[in-house]
Design a protein around this ligand. Structure first.
Ligand code: ATP
Ligand code: MG
Length: 729
């Protein structure tokens, strides 16, 4: 049988992995060394040469997007559509199993999956039912407790409380929550995994069936599996030695969500007959980018150890740009991205990666301003986030009491005892009387037919909004937003949500204050600053329209060619010709929270390693000398991660600052020297293909020097050493 198409495009180590006899194996390899490629070729190999049916293959990857891509690649290799193969995420596969075996899993046939919001509401009802003080025992904390126990495979009966009040109380919530879920036939995300694990434990016959069915189990991004996922795999693999896992310990970035890097470290002892193969040749990035990545990750202790190399040339140096502030940083990125496209490349080949979601707002605005289509992956856009919409709901209400949607959104957020029944009464009155919800609520608050408690709850809400209004009467936009957030109670509300998620929400709220401060309607291209009758809108209204427009449009549709914006976490496994890592500052990246916990800093460094190794040809680090994020100005030092990279791999893009209009300072890149490699700025030059042009700009030096030349057909960046430019006149 001709299998050359499966093996030809592989190197020796990859070929060895793809053609291993059936046994357990760990493919341990650095970024871009072809791990995912090995996995897809292995599946094609098994189907084609070992006659394994696709039906007998189970492949687990990290996202649905990756699963779809994997399937597509295998189909392309085999030139036939695949049916029956199980490929998906752990959650997706667990769900499928539970649907097929709901009886064995002790679930009703029509069980419902709860998302995070649903789960929180249920936990809250449970804590109320138990008569717990919400202030002392916040529902968010209980939810976090429950999920972490489930991720470790623990039910309440497995946990000893040692008479500890905290544990005792959380356990009582966990128990009551379980009962409520069982009664309602509801399953949360963590439960999917736990129950799928128990399905194996409690049903030997079923387990045996699946062990016999699956001739091959394959897992990508193995370094980020958690305890329960690994336990599930081990049971399924049993004695069969048919589990191939691929991963990179240096890319384990979900420790904060329960991922266990130890899984990779203990794999070889759990599967003593397994083969380990290391791949070290990288096919993705230039020599310079790889050297930078190797040096960076070398600062972590306890690595399994591997060094990446490439046959490719060194390529360009890594550029560092120091923005005057975050707006200037974003503007630089959008300018360079625009140039990338003008040079004949696709938008989607450029990615902007950042540590924290709150950074995306300024970047999004720069993209909008530059007229660049962009898309945010793996996260919501700034103005669409729930916490931002909630805060703006209050802002809208103080200027427009009859804004019903805003009323509905915030009347009981944070919770203030206005439940569904009360809200229904308010709606009813609003409908029958034909008045806005706000006024209907006002009427109910004095209606003797309503319980005193409800009346007080409504009065409380009205008082909050009225007080906000009064206090912000003469305030500027920034202090208005700040006061509203402060008075709304949203901050303590989100503080209760533990972990990164709650922290991110607080950061976003603070970032909204920054947005208000720097809001400049003259720069907002998304709408006209005058209403149709010519009367100017108030600044507040302009800001609100800006926010709703931002939330609705601007973002390119999924099929459009767009600049890719995402957090470094969501960039795992992906690759892009040009990558910008924005916000390379101490406190931001590494995140200040990581400095408190040992181990977290190393996880941050791995995250940086993931970011750096996404880049194929060009990598930019950008940072801002001053940054307004989360509502405060900070003057951060350059990230230690950049300092850990040898200087000879870096080039600073020089700037000259010029004061520009209202909100700050813009910079244009100009060299400090005026004479570069024989050219001066403004000089006329001739290029064999592009004709005559004018030198606009310059970066790098020596062999890496590039000039930006404006030709009649558009401007281009050219490597001085290759372009063979002649000076003219
Ligand atoms: P990550 O750690 O980021 O998930 P990875 O190890 O899974 O990376 P792949 O995404 O499989 O790496 O491969 C990286 C790039 O190198 C891809 O563009 C892939 O097509 C290419 N590649 C891998 N192996 C080879 C090879 N033998 N010949 C040519 N190109 C290759
Ligand atoms: Mg991969």
């Amino acid at each position: 049988m001709d299998v050359s198409h499966i093996l030809d495009s592989l190197n020796d180590a990859q070929r060895e992995a793809v053609t291993l006899p059936r046994s357990s194996s760990l493919i341990l390899a650095g970024a871009g060394s072809g791990k995912t490629r090995v996995l897809t070729h292995r599946i094609a190999w098994l189907i084609q040469t070992e006659s394994i049916s696709p039906y007998s293959i189970l492949a687990v990857t990290f996202t649905n997007k990756a699963a779809a891509e994997m399937r597509g690649r295998i189909e392309a290799l085999l030139e036939t559509p695949l049916r029956g193969m199980w490929v998906g995420t752990f959650h997706g596969i667990a769900h499928r199993l539970l649907r097929s075996h709901y009886q064995e899993a002790k679930l009703p046939q029509n069980f419902q999956i709860m998302d995070g919001d649903d789960q929180l509401r249920l936990v809250k009802r449970v804590t109320q039912m138990l008569g717990l003080d919400e202030k002392k025992w916040p529902a968010r904390q209980a939810m976090w407790f429950i999920n972490s126990q489930k991720d470790e495979g623990l039910r309440p009966q497995h946990i000893e409380d040692y008479g500890d009040l905290y544990l005792k109380t959380q356990l009582s919530v966990y128990r009551a929550y379980e009962e409520a879920c069982d009664r309602g036939g509801m399953v949360d995300f963590a439960e999917l995994l736990l129950r799928a694990h128990e399905l194996w434990l409690n049903n030997p016959v079923l387990l045996k069936h699946y062990q016999e069915r699956f001739a091959a189990l394959l897992v990508d991004e193995f370094q980020d599996t958690n305890t329960i996922q690994y336990a599930w795999l081990r049971i399924l693999a049993g004695e069969q030695d048919n589990l191939m896992v691929v991963g990179d310990d240096d890319q384990s970035i979900y420790g904060w969500r329960g991922a266990r890097i130890e899984n990779i470290q203990r794999f070889t002892s759990d599967f003593p007959n397994s083969t380990t193969i290391k791949l070290e040749q990288n096919y993705r990035s230039t020599g310079t980018i790889l050297k930078a990545a190797n040096h960076l990750i070398d600062n972590n202790a306890g690595r399994l150890g591997k060094d990446l190399w490439t046959k490719d040339g060194d390529g360009e140096l890594i550029s560092i740009y120091a923005g005057y502030n975050e707006i200037d940083e974003a503007r630089y990125i959008s300018e360079r991205a625009k140039q990338w496209v003008a040079d004949g490349n696709r938008h989607s080949e450029a990615a902007v990666l950042y540590r924290s979601n709150a950074q995306s707002r300024v970047l999004e605005e720069a993209m909008l301003r530059a007229g660049l289509p962009y898309r945010i992956y793996g996260g919501q856009r700034f103005f669409e986030r729930a916490e931002i919409r909630n805060a703006l709901g209050y802002v809208r209400l103080i200027s427009h009491r009859d804004a019903d949607a805003a009323f509905e959104r915030v009347v009981n957020v944070p919770p203030r005892g206005i439940g569904d029944r009360t809200l229904e009464e308010i709606r009813l009155r609003s409908r029958t009387e034909g008045i806005p919800l706000w006024r209907a609520a006002g009427q109910l608050s004095t209606d003797q037919g309503v319980t005193g408690r409800t009346r007080n709850a409504i009065k409380g809400f009205i008082a909050v909004v009225d007080a906000m209004d009064e206090e912000t009467e003469n305030a500027d936009l920034e202090s208005l937003v700040e006061t509203v957030i402060e008075k709304s109670g949203l901050i303590p509300y989100y503080e209760k949500e533990r972990g990164e998620r709650g922290q991110a929400r607080l950061e976003n709220l603070a970032e909204l204050i920054s947005a208000a401060r720097t809001f400049n309607p003259d720069e907002d291209l998304s709408f006209d600053s005058e209403t149709t009758d010519g009367a100017p809108m108030s600044l507040l209204d302009e800001f609100l329209s800006h926010a709703s427009l931002e939330a609705g449009e601007g973002q390119g549709d999924p099929n459009q060619d767009c600049i890719q914006l995402m957090t470094m976490h969501s960039a795992k496994g992906l690759e892009f010709p040009v990558v910008f890592l924005a916000g390379m500052e101490e406190g931001l990246f590494p995140h200040s929270m990581s400095l408190e916990e040992p181990g977290r800093l190393e996880e941050e460094r791995r995250l940086c390693y993931v970011g750096v190794t996404r880049a194929m040809r060009q990598l930019y680090f950008t940072h801002a000398e001053s940054r307004r994020l989360h509502g405060t100005d900070s003057y951060n030092q350059l990230s230690r991660f950049v300092s850990e990279i040898p200087e000879e791999l870096l080039q600073e893009v020089r700037v000259q600052n010029t004061v520009s209009h209202r909100h700050g300072i813009s910079s244009s890149m100009v060299p400090t020297e005026t004479d570069i490699a024989g050219f001066t700025l403004g000089q006329r030059v001739h290029h064999a293909k592009f004709g005559d042009g004018v030198v606009l700009n310059y970066e790098g030096h020596g062999k890496q020097a590039r000039v930006h030349v404006n030709f009649s057909e558009g401007s281009k960046w050219l490597m001085v050493s290759f372009a063979n430019l002649q000076t003219v006149g």
